[in-house]
Design a binder for this molecule. Structure first.
Ligand code: GLN
Length: 187
């Protein structure tokens, strides 16, 4: 059974832990480098990326996360996807640079804070996608594979071992995306 960590500094990590458990993983909350070293893969949840950056700095977790991502799979959702991007706009902010995409924070504007959409995905068929002040991936390098799009923009992508969603799969009663991440971790 894969041992998956959920970064538990801020955001909706508990819902991810539930989805991962239902999908068949052993799950631990990760707050320290020692806890990170014990897991095979990691989920960085949605929340507020600026707050997470401050906490990563305070807990000295930025470098350990970057090193972990250089060897092991990470699934970033929403704020987690922002943290993993190569470049962040609106405004610019530091990021782990683990996936070759540029994201624009709050890309759908303030008037549309959240929405539930149906997206079509080659790998999964139809998926419910819950967007909450979501970023938009507006450019992606050649190594990035788009698994699903909404309104013409990629919303579920992978590059090598990593998986990113701009929506919140942990808020839908459907564990297919988490199960897919578990298959990536299993190699
Ligand atoms: N808007 C948040 C940010 O920029 C992300 C929102 C979310 O994770 N649901 O960090």
């Amino acid at each position: 059974m894969a041992h998956i960590g959920v970064l538990a500094l801020q955001g909706d990590y508990e819902k991810h832990a539930r989805s991962l458990t239902r999908a068949g993983a052993q799950v631990s909350e990760v707050r320290t480098a020692a806890e990170l070293a014990a897991v095979d893969g990691l989920v960085i949840p949605g929340g507020e990326s600026t707050t997470m950056l401050k906490l990563l700095d305070r807990e000295a977790m930025f470098e350990p996360l970057r090193e972990f991502g250089a060897r092991k799979p990470i699934f970033g959702t929403c704020a987690g996807a922002i943290l993993m991007a190569a470049k962040v706009e609106n405004p610019e902010q530091p990021s782990l640079g683990l996936v070759d995409i540029t994201v624009r924070r709050n890309g759908y504007g303030r008037q549309l804070d959240s929405r539930v959409a149906r997206i079509d995905c080659e790998a999964f068929g139809e998926l419910e996608a819950v967007f909450i002040r979501a970023p938009i991936i507006h450019s992606a390098g050649p190594g990035v594979r788009v698994l699903a799009s909404y309104d013409g923009d990629p919303v579920l992508v992978e590059e090598g071992r990593h998986l990113l969603a701009t929506f919140h799969p942990e808020l839908s009663v459907d564990d297919r995306v988490h199960a897919y991440f578990l298959r990536k971790v299993a190699g």
